[in-house]
Every structure is written in structure tokens, then in C-alpha cells.
Ligand binder design. Structure first.
Ligand code: UDX
Length: 457
């Protein structure tokens, strides 16, 4: 099938690469000409494991362009995968979505085209996008686009850092449309994923026992709400275990054992019960905020979702509180932060806890030394306002530091020379190590000479 994708962010690019790799003819569109030039050279503008390899393998069927006219006119399916960042009042900023819909209307031509909202959009956006396409089509063609297009919602559930794995081996595919024809087109598009009929790449083997992926075919509004409900539920699962962790700490229980003990109940499940600093990233904060805002438009409050957000905010403050509790004074101290990205295997700094923590420490007069395996360049560019000391080697965050905080659970941090790090800190006896992710082995850290304190439980 012929596919055009508007927006080459994480979702758009991953979708384009996967669909072309599966055999479709794909053009990825973006208004950012620098990004398109980079992609044309075969260079991946984001850090995402294996994306460059799959992109290289799919090259013959994958085009990049800033010119939407031909790719949209010839497409069976047009994906809209533009950003919907939160505006100041918490509601999503829809200017890019509007402009994408107008572009589609301007260039739609020829065969029946399914226009798919892949961006996380407010409930009701499917209808809004349809109206925008219609108006734009009429303005440019002087006639109504009778039967030329249908709008569908196809929310994305990929995790950054595991984007290709989640795209090739989805737990489910959700498509929502009020047109049966659109649902049929999307079924055909996704057939290789639904049937798992493709040969898995050697660097991304199919998980053992994975059979066909279930398809949830529904109406537009339900598909749109599924995305918000999924992210809100995952966010509150994390906040729930972080709330339990506070009680665990008070009563002397081990929150990790509690998580295991409840998670093995198949009704609860073990995943997303890792207590720590809490969630960050591009989705959870934005989507929970948008859900609360949408509900408010109908006069509904969402106390559970709001509590999850508040608990998550407090987890970041707890890091500073722990440091204050242990060091008493943090003005003039040096604190080393291990990890800047909001989670491992990505260089994404959106809503990254490390940046909030660094800001809070700097505002209290601390010097902050940081390391991240891939996100330092991005931090230098995006947060030039923060006076951070960047360390090329992770061990160097410990140099003359009063405390180290592990913020992001990058696997390579497990095998640092912790003994040498402890030796290089300002306090020679039992220097302070705050584990923000319940990630480090307490016995090993004690043997290395640290006093280990956890943010959660
Ligand atoms: C999330 C959703 O998982 C994905 O389905 C959606 O499409 C986009 O948002 P992502 O933001 O990439 O994906 O990362 P995810 O792996 O979900 O982690 C989000 C945050 O939660 C990270 O900061 C992570 O460190 C934190 N987290 C995750 C925890 O604190 N504890 C956990 O148990 C799991």
C-alpha cells in the first residue's frame, strides 16, 4: 500500500520505518527541512535502539520529503503523527494537527484515502480533523470530497527506547473509525503485524510464544479514549506503588517485595510497579493533564488521575528532601546526578526528573555534576540555562561530591567502579548514595563503601 506520514517525531518515524520494512511504500513528511535532509542521508535524528538498522534495510521503500503534494495525493493511508504538546492551561496545543489536516485536504486526490490520527489527540478530534479536511478540500478543489476519504484513529502505545519492539510485536492494535471501509484498509495495512507473518529481524527477535496480535476495531471516540485511559492507568500504577513505598518506608517493609507480592496476582500484573522517582517523558504528564482538562469540559473531576499526578510531582521533591535530611545543608554542596534522560535507552529529556532535581538543587546553592550515556548533548542544547557540570565519564560525577543520586536506571551504571567513586568523594566515610530507582544492589553498594538511601521504600 502507499502510505504518507506527516510528522517525523518518535511515533511518525518509527511507524514509517516499520511499515516500509514490512513492504509498504512510505513517504515521511516534515516541515523541518534540516531533519528531512538528515534522514535522506540515512542518519537517524533521534536515539532509538535499532531504528537506524531497520531504516537502512527499508531504504528502497522509504522516502523523506518536505513536499506533501504528491505523497498525499497518491496515498491509500495518510498518518498524522504531529506533536500535540501541552499548552499552559494543560490542554493540548492543536496547531500542528490543524495544519496537518489542512495540508491533507489541500492535496487529497484520486482514490479513497484513510486519514489516520496517530497523534494523541483530544477526544472528538477525529470529527474535528474530518471537518478541517473537508473545508480545506472544498477551498482548494471547489467541490466536496464525496467518498474520497475517511478519518480513523489508531493510537500508538510504543515506549521510547523499545519503540521498534513495541511496533513489531504489539500487545494489540487499536483502530477506531465510523467507516467500515476505513477499518478494512487498516486491517490490510496491518495484516503482517496482526498475523505476525513477517520474518523477525535477528536483532529484534520475536518474543517466545507470541502469536497473532489482537485487533480492537471500534468507533472513533472509543479509540481516542483508549489511548488516554491506557496512559493514565499506567501512570497511576506507578504512582500507586510510590504511595505504597512511603508507607513501606515508615513501617520498615520492602516495597520491591510488596510489588512482587501483589504483581504476581494476574489481575494486577508485575509490570509498571517499579517504585522510585516516578514517571517522566512526553506522554504521561501531557496525557493525564489532557484527560483531566477534557473531563472538566464536561463538568467532571478525575480525582484518581489528579492524585497520580500529585504523587509523581512529590517524588521529585522527595529526592531533595532526602538529601536535606542526610546532608542537613545543601547550599555549597556538590551533588552528582547519574542519568538525565527520563528513562534509559533514550536521549529524550521531556519532563525528565533529573532536570527538575538539578534545578531545585541549583536554586538551593548546590553545584551539580551530571552524566548520561546519550542525553548530554541534548541537555547542553535544550537546557543551556542550567549551570550543570557535564562529566564525560560517569565515575567523574563523584569527584569531590557530597552525594550521588542515581536518577536514570541505565544498565551500564550497575557495573561502575563504585569503590573508586566512593573513594573520590568529599566525605571519606560512608559517602551518600541516593538510589532514585531502587536499582542498585544494597549489599554491593555497602561493600563499595556507600551509605545507600532510597527515594522510594
Ligand atoms: C509511555 C507508554 O508506556 C506508552 O504506551 C505510550 O505510548 C507513551 O508513554 P514512554 O513514555 O516511552 O511510554 O515510557 P515508559 O516505559 O512507559 O516509562 C514512562 C516513565 O515511567 C519513565 O520515566 C519510567 O522511568 C517510569 N516508570 C516506568 C517507573 O517509574 N516505574 C515503572 O514501573 C515503569
Amino acid at each position: 500500500m502507499k502510505v504518507a506520514i506527516i510528522g517525523t517525531g518518535y511515533v511518525g518515524l518509527t511507524t514509517g520505518v516499520c511499515l516500509s520494512w514490512l513492504g509498504h511504500e512510505v513517504t515521511c513528511l516534515d516541515t523541518d527541512s534540516r531533519k528531512i535532509a538528515t534522514l535522506k542521508e540515512g542518519i537517524c535524528p533521534i536515539y532509538e535502539p535499532h531504528l537506524d538498522k531497520l531504516m537502512a534495510q527499508a531504504r528502497a521503500r522509504l522516502q523523506f520529503s518536505t513536499e506533501p503534494a504528491l505523497p498525499i495525493a497518491g496515498a491509500d493511508v495518510v498518518f498524522i503523527a504531529v506533536g500535540t504538546p501541552a499548552s499552559k492551561d494543560g490542554s493540548p496545543d492543536l496547531q500542528y494537527l490543524r495544519s496537518a489536516a489542512e495540508t491533507v485536504g489541500r492535496h487529497l486526490d484520486g482514490n479513497f484515502t484513510v486519514v489516520v490520527n496517530k497523534s494523541t489527540v483530544p477526544i472528538g478530534s477525529g470529527n474535528w480533523v474530518e471537518a478541517l479536511i473537508l473545508e480545506s478540500y472544498q477551498a482548494h478543489h471547489g467541490s466536496r470530497p464525496e467518498g474520497r476519504f475517511a478519518v480513523a484513529s489508531n493510537p500508538e502505545f510504543l515506549r521510547e527506547g523499545a519503540a521498534l519492539h513495541d511496533s513489531l510485536y504489539p500487545d494489540r492494535i487499536v483502530v477506531g473509525a465510523d467507516s467500515t471501509r476505513a477499518l478494512e484498509v487498516l486491517y490490510t495495512l496491518y495484516r503482517p503485524l496482526l498475523e505476525q507473518s513477517f520474518q523477525a529481524p535477528p536483532f529484534l527477535p520475536r518474543p517466545d510464544g507470541l502469536g497473532a496480535a489482537p485487533l480492537v476495531a471500534t468507533d472513533l471516540a472509543s479509540a481516542e479514549l483508549i489511548k488516554y485511559a491506557a496512559n493514565a492507568f499506567l501512570a497511576l500504577k506507578i504512582s500507586f506503588i510510590n504511595e505504597i513505598a512511603v508507607v513501606a518506608e515508615c513501617v520498615g517493609a520492602d516495597v520491591q517485595m510488596v510489588a512482587k507480592g501483589i504483581g504476581l496476582d494476574s489481575r494486577i500484573g508485575t509490570r509498571f510497579l517499579q517504585a522510585g522517582i516516578g514517571w517522566g517523558g512526553s506522554c504521561f504528564a501531557k496525557d493525564t493533564s489532557a484527560l483531566v482538562t477534557t473531563a472538566a469540559e464536561y463538568g467532571i473531576t478525575m480525582p484518581i488521575v489528579e492524585a497520580a499526578r500529585e504523587i509523581n510531582r512529590r517524588q521529585r521533591e522527595r529526592v531533595v528532601e532526602k538529601l536535606l535530611g542526610e546532608l542537613k545543608i545543601i547550599k555549597g554542596r556538590t551533588i552528582g546526578l547519574l542519568g538525565l534522560a527520563f528513562k534509559p535507552h533514550t536521549d529524550d529529556l521531556r519532563d525528565a526528573p533529573a532536570l527538575d532535581i538539578a534545578e531545585a538543587l541549583i536554586s538551593r546553592g548546590s553545584r551539580v555534576r551530571v552524566h548520561d550515556p546519550v542525553a548530554m548533548e541534548r541537555a547542553r542544547q535544550e537546557r543551556a540555562d542550567l549551570d550543570l557540570v557535564y562529566c564525560e565519564q560517569p565515575e567523574r560525577v563523584a569527584e569531590h561530591a557530597d552525594a550521588i543520586v542515581l536518577v536514570t536506571d541505565w544498565p551500564q551504571y550497575l557495573s561502575l567502579d563504585w569503590r573508586a567513586m566512593a573513594g573520590g568523594m568529599r566525605v571519606a566515610r560512608e559517602p551518600l548514595l541516593v538510589d532514585g530507582r531502587n536499582f542498585l544492589d544494597a549489599t554491593a553498594m555497602a561493600e563499595a563503601g556507600f551509605r545507600l538511601v532510597r527515594v522510594a521504600g
